[in-house]
Write a protein of this length. Structure first.
Length: 661
């Protein structure tokens, strides 16, 4: 699958497109490549996205204009979706001929091969390839051509990743757009609260809500991030040849945002030494209708918190604040408004949240009245954001490109192919239980001990007993902490340890030779289907703890088709997310209460913040059915609970009944 990559003379500007006008705006702005999704299996299902026929026409127009097309299939696959996903790749390959597929689920690697896809495979940031030793492994064993780096890296870590990058593999970096509080691929907040999984593009953004600190009146958007904006710092990246693309986030944005951000980053890339060009680029970004920007961790000596509870974090440009009576509110706009502009009143969780389409132009400092439903008028001072617009000049450019779209009538669809995992007989083992601790403590008789690998956990276990412990590696390994983790691994190996739970498949790169160890893929690997399990088997894993996001039907299907011993987290403290970011107003150990009364608390473990709900997963009553289906390992996660937190007794079935959405 892997092709030798020709290094671009300069990094490509990779533009987002969630609908046809945005796609055409990217071409008009001079983007080098566009990434977009179909109406299925995309990690931005909130975008309009494209039909196969529509995308075939747009891809043809892009090729005519020298623009590459990358298609996102970065969704976690349920066991029942394998055949449909494989046939979708085959149809894409035949009709659209994308230059690359962006994937997170391991199953897409064999599916792309079986479908005959000839383009490149790019690992999404959701795959969490976050440390240098992983790069050679994913290139060699998976045939991946490019890796999208996490947004949390600083410039020193980006350079370290580049230094570890093998020939033939390229790196891609987000330079602008929305930030998630949780690390990509390590956020389960939306799924835990109601089945809408961020790993399937259905996140309802609970982190954007206002939370109140329990026991006080203080409230704020403690988890709502500003936008990433590397703007003029982007020129520092030009010295890193392994960075093949600068990526702009925003597949839910309109053509105005796409056009302005693409133009701005082209200026920064091509004319970054020109002060006037840099100034013009910043002005374009100021007008792009995003959130306030942050450099985040990019400069290690001057990191910026992505969360400032004192700032507005609503999407769009703050255009004014509501004045006048609640039944007849108005704003005095800070900038001119044009007919067709889209305004948003307040935040999505405000009772008066609404959208308003401007009917006629309003001058700067003029007066614009908002139409509101009776009894739903906003409070005085409520912010109003300009979230979308389409200027006449850009509309004309889009119209001109639209007239060039080739007519496409897809031929009769390709014959359906059979896509399935390799059927292998495997010996069934006894059912085992494991308790996992931060610092190992007492456990029931005949229960395995697991421990999150740390110096403190090692010291808590007698040297002669370390051989029997299952050592759990963290869900994220940052380049700055890679060597320290390797030293801990080497320490327990010298004491005889051979059982390890890896929470990213690429963590197997820390071990050599790997064959002498007992590796389980941990639950943060987000494994959810048989082809993904087969690939783990080929990499040297002996067992897999599947993602606990799955529902009853999906979980009960997996063991019969698994080529590895299979287990799952059945009870304990599961995090809503793991984050590298810190709010400027965090209260560790205090409960944060959402508008719906849900509570969460934040605990620091190593370099990261873990956000936990105040109730546990508890599928213990389902254990009999899971055993009968073929599950062989049940894990119970133990977590120290702060003294100020009261755990709530409520069903912890997660998606067992509602299914993975």
């Amino acid at each position: 699958m892997a092709q030798h990559q020709i290094q671009p003379a300069v990094p490509l500007i990779l533009a987002p497109a969630g609908n046809r006008p945005a796609f055409l705006a990217a071409i008009a702005a001079g983007a080098d490549a566009v990434y977009c999704g179909l109406k299925e299996l995309s990690a931005r299902m909130g975008a309009v996205n494209f039909t196969l026929e529509e995308l075939a026409a747009l891809a043809g127009l892009a090729r005519d204009n020298g623009v590459k097309v990358h298609v996102t299939l970065n969704s976690m696959l349920r066991p029942t979706e394998i055949a449909a996903a494989g046939n979708l790749v085959a149809r894409l390959s035949h009709h659209v001929r994308p230059d690359a597929l962006i994937i997170q689920d391991l199953a897409f690697v064999p599916l792309a091969r079986q479908a005959g896809f000839k383009g490149q495979l790019h690992l999404s940031t959701l795959a969490n390839v976050s440390f240098g030793r992983a790069l050679a492994m994913v290139h060699r064993q998976l045939g991946v051509d490019r890796v999208v780096l996490p947004r949390e890296l600083n410039i020193d870590e980006i350079k370290a990743m580049a230094a570890a990058c093998p020939d033939g593999l390229g790196l891609e970096l987000f330079v602008h757009g929305a930030l998630c509080f949780g690390v990509s691929g390590r956020c389960y907040w939306s799924s835990y609260m109601g089945g809408k999984s961020g790993l399937r593009g259905r996140c309802v953004q609970p982190c954007r809500r206002r939370y109140t600190v329990a026991g006080g009146q203080q409230s704020g958007r403690y988890f709502s991030c500003q936008d990433l904006s590397l703007d003029v710092l982007g020129k520092v990246l030009l010295s890193i040849p392994q960075l093949h693309a600068w990526k702009i986030e925003g597949r839910r944005k309109g053509p105005h945002y796409v056009y302005y951000t693409v133009q701005a980053y082209r200026m920064i890339r091509d004319e970054g030494q020109n002060p006037q060009a840099r100034k013009a680029a910043l002005e374009l970004l100021d007008q792009a209708l995003g959130r306030p920007g942050t450099h985040y961790n990019f400069l290690p000596q001057r990191p910026q918190s992505p969360v400032d509870a004192d700032k507005q974090t609503g999407s769009g440009m703050l255009i004014g604040k509501c004045q006048g009576p609640r039944n007849s509110p108005y704003i005095i706009p800070r900038e001119p408004l044009f007919a067709g502009d889209l305004l948003r009143t307040g935040y999505e969780d405000d009772p008066w949240h609404s959208l308003h389409k401007v009917k006629q132009s309003v001058p700067k400092r003029g007066r614009y009245y908002l139409k509101v439903a009776p009894g739903k008028g906003p409070e005085t001072g409520t912010p109003v954001f300009l979230v979308d617009r389409l200027e006449h000049a850009l509309a004309e450019k889009i119209k001109a490109l639209e007239s060039e779209l080739p007519p496409v009538a897809l031929p009769i669809d390709l014959p359906e192919k059979r896509f399935s995992s390799a059927e292998r007989r495997r010996k069934r083992h006894e059912v085992r239980e494991m308790m996992v601790f931060r610092q190992p403590g007492p456990a029931p008789v005949n229960t395995l001990i697991g421990a999150w690998l740390s110096a403190e956990a090692i010291e808590a276990v007698r040297k002669d007993q370390r051989v029997d412990v299952f050592w759990w590696l963290p869900p994220v390994v940052w380049p700055a902490h890679e060597e320290a983790l390797i030293q801990l691994i080497d320490r327990v190996i010298r004491d005889g340890a051979r059982h390890f739970v890896l929470n990213a498949p690429w963590q197997i790169a820390f071990f050599s030779p790997a064959a002498q160890y007992d590796f389980w893929a941990g639950p943060f690997c987000n494994v959810s289907n048989p082809p993904g399990i087969d690939l783990l088997r080929s990499m040297g894993f002996s067992g897999v703890l599947v993602t606990p996001e799955l529902g009853e039907k999906e979980l009960l299907l997996l063991p019969e088709h698994s080529s590895l011993s299979i287990g799952m987290v059945i009870s304990g403290h599961w995090p809503l997310c793991v984050s590298r970011g810190v709010s400027n107003a965090f209260h560790y150990g205090s409960a944060y209460v959402s508008p719906k009364g849900e509570q969460a608390w934040v605990q620091r473990h190593g370099p990261d913040n873990w956000v936990f709900p105040n109730w546990k997963i508890d599928l213990s009553e389902k254990k009999g059915r899971l055993k009968q289906a073929g599950f062989e390992m049940f894990v119970h996660l133990q977590e120290p609970v702060p003294t100020g937190i009261s755990l709530k007794q409520r069903p912890g079935l997660w998606n067992w009944e509602v299914g993975l959405q």
